[in-house]
Every structure is written in C-alpha cells, then in structure tokens.
Design a binder for this molecule. Structure first.
Ligand code: AR6
Length: 169
C-alpha cells in the first residue's frame, strides 16, 4: 500500500529517497522545478544528465519516460527525471501524463526507493490545467502497483495544494 501525502512547499527541501523532476527532453535543465532542482542539487546532477545524453539518451528523454540520476546535494539519493506532455486543447495527451507517474514509480522500484516526492508534472510551463493534472497524478499513483510506501505530492502554491487534496476527498 502506498500512502499518498500532500505538502505545500518546495520540492528541493524534501527529505525522501527520490525526488521527481518535471524535466524536458534535453535533460539539460530549464526553469520551474527543473531549475530549482539543479540550482539546489548542484552540478553533479547536470554532469550525470550530460552523460546520459552522451550515451543511451542521445536523442533526449521521450515524453512520458523517466530516468534517474544522483540527487547531488539534495537530501535524497536520486532525482528521477520525467518529461511531461505540453498541454493541448486539440489533442488528448493525458496518457503521456499518466505514463510520467507510472514510469517514475517503475524507476523508483528499480532503484529500491521507498519514499518519493512528486511535483505537479506539466502543470507549470507546460500549461496543464491544475485540477486535471491533480486528477491524473493522484489517480495514477493510487492505481499503480509499486513497492513505494510513500508518494508525497509537493505543491508549490495553495491553489495547487487545494486541487491535489480535493482528489482524495
Ligand atoms: N517545488 C515544488 N513545485 C514547484 C517548484 C518547487 N521548487 N517550482 C515550481 N513548482 P514546471 P512543467 C511547480 O513549469 O509544467 C522547465 O523549464 C509549479 O508551480 O516546473 O512540467 C522544464 O525544463 C507547477 O505547479 O514544470 C521544462 O522545460 C509545477 O511545479 C518545463 O519547465 C510544474 O511546473 C516543464 O514544465
């Protein structure tokens, strides 16, 4: 059984086995959560991302996939980078967002991570409406079989926190 927790705050301040990053397919950093993780985690994370790009991920990480690196100076063992879909009104991309959470949990299981912090993937720069992002995130984690014992959603602001907690009410 995975316990689902909600926290309003900064994901880079969490003490967990793995922190999920809302990355982009370049794996080379960006704004939002991604920028914050690389800033606080330090250059070790980017160095490992560059190695991934030089190896198996030469074309980048595909949308909906996930891959782990060190967590550098963060209070975690791993960062699991996943690439959310850009929201589209004309095309239903929700299966790709479902995949981000499933794949992140699969990678967490491979690593042996038991506590995992998630941001609201795709709900910032990528434009996904928060209520729908919350529904997909919580529903997918709840319905995925995993050895992770705690999935902690870390929401940056009150609106996001409210949208996520509403899913379990
Ligand atoms: N802790 C927790 N949540 C945060 C933090 C933080 N420190 N900072 C922002 N958020 P986003 P995306 C929230 O844009 O939509 C990057 O440039 C934020 O308020 O980080 O998947 C990447 O490189 C929002 O609710 O991710 C990609 O290019 C949520 O995290 C692109 O943005 C996700 O916002 C990915 O866009």
């Amino acid at each position: 059984m995975t316990a689902i927790e909600f926290v309003q705050g900064d994901i880079t301040r969490q003490s967990v086995d793995a922190i999920v990053n809302a990355a982009n397919s370049s794996l080379l950093g960006g704004g939002g959560v991604d920028g914050a993780i690389h800033r606080r985690g330090g250059p070790e994370i980017l160095a490992e991302c560059r190695k991934l790009r030089a190896g198996h991920y030469g074309k980048g990480l595909r949308t909906g996939q996930a891959v782990a690196t060190t967590a550098g100076r963060l209070d975690a063992r791993w960062v699991i980078h996943t690439v959310g879909p850009v929201f589209s009104r004309s095309e239903d991309r929700s299966e790709l967002l479902v995949s981000c959470y499933r794949e992140s949990l699969r990678v967490a299981d491979e690593l042996g991570a038991r506590t995992v912090a998630f941001p609201a993937v795709s709900a910032g720069v990528y434009g996904w409406p928060m209520d729908d992002a919350a529904r997909i995130a919580v529903g997918t984690v709840r319905d995925t079989e995993t050895a992770v014992t705690e999935a902690r959603f870390v929401l940056f602001d009150e609106q996001a926190y409210e949208a996520f907690t509403a899913q379990l009410r």
